[in-house]
Design a protein around this ligand. Sequence first.
Ligand code: AMP
Length: 541
Amino acid sequence: MLFRDFAGICERVEELSGRLEMIDELAKVLPTLDDTELPVFVRFIMGRVFPDWSPLKLGIGPNLLYEAVAYVVGKKREAVVAKVSAEGDVGKAVELLLAGKTQTSFFTEEMTIRDVYAACEAIALSEGKKSQREKLLAVRKLFANVKPAEGRYLARLILGELRIGIGEGNVRDAIAKAFAVDPAEIDHAYQAMNDLGEVARLARQGSAALAAVHIEIFRPVKMMLAQQGTIGDMVADHGAVAAEYKYDGTRIQFHRKGNEVHVYSRKLEEVTKAIPDVVQRLTAATGRDVILDGEAVAMKDGRPMPFQFVLRRFRRKYDVEEHAGKIELVPHIFDILVLDGETLIDLPLRERRKRLAGALSAHVAPQLVSDDPAAVGEFYQAALDAGHEGIMVKDLDSRYQPGVRGKHWIKVKPEVDTLDLAVIGGEWGEGRRAHLFGSFLLACQDRGGLLPVGKVATGFTDEMLATIHDAMKDLVIAEKGKEVDFEPRVVFEVGYSEIQSSPNYGSGFALRFPRFIRLRDDKGVDEVETLGSLRSRYSKQ
Ligand code: AMP
């Protein structure tokens, strides 16, 4: 498939508003693709280049992209930035810039989606000192070879967001329709495989191929997530439930096969090298081939440390050994997904728990099984007294559902007035903070989009502002005076005193006395507060 045709499909889908029409449009296309194009197409249409589990990352921020486009259209980088600011959309801006290009390249060749994928793979694999330069040259080459309309989607694809309004669920349904299989069979295979592209290829082979998919060690699986809830409701719904401490650390997924070990974060990034102490503890606790799910907590002199110490360890790329001595990370394992070649996610939790206890000699998170709300309530109090965040209450009959935030796991913790929000804009600081961003525009999510809910400018230390600047300097998509727009990638947890209804922000709400609590670099933008839950908090006040 030519990239031009891919862009054409994106354009048509972007103009459609009905879910079913979008699904039909895609379902027509999928069977026409061969086995190498199909996975690429499916990932591209979701705005992704590589599977979620893959260690490959493009690593191209808006800055590098602007520089490449500027070169191709024979303008200054500032002109590109200005165009993006004026259009409010990188894709549209690139399209217009390419259309206005006076010089045409001599050697343009029509690119296929496979060509674009191969170029991206080469970019992701380029490492070392020269890699920035190499990346720039490769991105220039890509933009030199596309027509304006293709440039729109190429730019968005490279930045990881296609914005054509098609969600994962619609793509799943299109695959099901195209190859006449049940959407549930696709979900199941996707949860184990973590790559809808490959799953589409198997869907063409039929139900048996989808059913045969199993989890592979060293291919990280999305983590199962929890909803808020109450002990009373869980016991009423399920009778006996499993209760565990809710540790205030960061999620880890531990994979071991033979003597090889890898650990992945909640965002499925490899973190093995950053946490040698966790690796060592778990390697000592089991010699079996496993995938374990748990939480790593920072400890100092035998006491749990606040969450930001854990993330500091995760962020630190150098001096790991030296730092590991000061703050120790201790794992608490609460689930098992694979044991000695057997995939366990379809077993009920009570069965997985038995396997876990048999496979691990230490670091298994204690669990209370009870159908008595008072006993679970006491356990909750004990958890708080011991300095934990609260408890997790789990349905003993539930299977492990990767990536699902369902009703089978619920979190019980004291009401706290904090929100996780996406950072979509900001302003440069003043005085001694003039070289750093000083205030930030925050947004909640609503049906795949982000809506502003106000700004935060207090609660930051100088050190934190420097960390944030480092994390966000390459995410600036547009600048106007002191104001900047960010590519939404970063999540802040913020405190507030009240949610107010407000015509000033797109969400219709604003925060009174917002203050920065912490950087949630373990969370993605797709996990921020929804408009719906903001509304319900507002009405409960
Ligand atoms: P939240 O981040 O508030 O949505 O809470 C869910 C998170 O709590 C999970 O992603 C885990 O990182 C963490 N957690 C801590 N203890 C447990 C536990 N016993 N079971 C499951 N998740 C836990």
